[in-house]
Design a protein around this ligand. Structure first.
Ligand SMILES: C[S@@+](CC[C@H](N)C(=O)[O-])C[C@H]1O[C@@H](n2cnc3c(N)ncnc32)[C@H](O)[C@@H]1O
Length: 257
């Protein structure tokens, strides 16, 4: 009898909770944002290949690869190198099966098949999407970046606070399994570096580009960091300026001239 009673209580609870979630404004609005983002074009691969051509790249590095069929294999560079510890993809067919920190340590100490004087033309950072790790990846990448090279970062423009949650494994938020992590915080911080220039293309969850050379429409933010506690609401209120959010198509047209 107790078993039946418990079963009925569970059923009612599930129904109530399910109904609450189903009609919840946050869930509904966030679902719309997800749908809008996944339909944006172009994807990261096209943008990366565009920069490979623009800077006449000889050396490409990808940090965080997962399944190389999705992006790495489609990159049109003569010399390509990949780094991934293999957390999300068991096969992990990369050149360097290690974290980005271990990779840069070994590179600095000349303990890899590529030499410590290598300069990459394009570095795609798409590894651990937590701001302090992304910051380290950017700083390390800058050391090995050609003067006219670019650092490209995926996931710089999370559409909602739920997409930029810290916990990748938590899929019961209004963003479901979609996750951008806190990469945007590192990108936003580097937007304040006087000697670096950046832009974020409004597609594929925000493709951020950082360079030492000033390409058209690339800029930086003068003065101190306004959003020093990195509150998402501040980003959301002023994404255009905070990220230098731009249309890739318009930028590509401009650069043709
Ligand atoms: C979002 S996936 C990469 C997707 C891929 N770049 C693409 O465009 O399809 C993130 C990858 O980063 C890797 N990763 C996690 N922590 C890392 C770290 N500390 N250093 C380098 N890669 C890391 C994971 O194993 C995972 O394969």
């Amino acid at each position: 009898m107790n078993f039946i009673k418990q079963y009925l209580v569970d059923l009612i609870t599930f129904h109530r909770l399910g109904k609450k979630v189903h009609f919840d404004e946050y869930f509904r609005e966030t679902a719309k944002l997800t749908t809008s983002e996944i339909h944006k074009t172009p994807r990261r691969t096209l943008i990366i290949n565009h920069f490979i051509k623009l800077v006449k790249a000889q050396y490409y590095l990808e940090i965080g690869v997962r399944d190389p069929k999705k992006n790495f294999n489609k990159i049109e560079s003569e010399n390509k190198f990949s780094v991934d510890p293999g957390i999300e993809f068991d096969d992990n067919p990369v050149d360097f099966k290690m974290t980005s920190d271990a990779f840069f340590d070994k590179l600095k100490n000349n303990n890899l098949k590529i030499k410590s004087d290598v300069k990459f033309d394009v570095i795609f950072i798409d590894g651990l999407h937590i701001s302090n790790q992304v910051e380290k990846d950017i700083l390390n990448s800058l050391e090995f970046l050609n003067e006219n090279g670019v650092i490209i970062l995926h996931d710089c423009n999370p559409p909602s606070e739920f997409h930029q949650r810290e916990q990748y494994n938590f899929v019961n938020s209004p963003a479901g399994p979609f996750w951008n992590g806190t990469t945007w915080k590192a990108f936003y911080k580097f937007r304040h570096y006087k000697d670096l220039f950046s832009i974020c293309f409004d597609s594929d969850w925000g493709v951020g580009i950082i360079s030492k050379k000033q390409y058209p429409l690339f800029n930086n933010i003068k003065g101190k960091i306004e959003n020093e506690f990195y509150e998402f609401s501040n980003l959301n209120e002023n994404r255009g300026e905070h990220l230098n959010l731009s249309s890739f198509e318009q930028w590509a047209e401009l650069i043709k001239k």
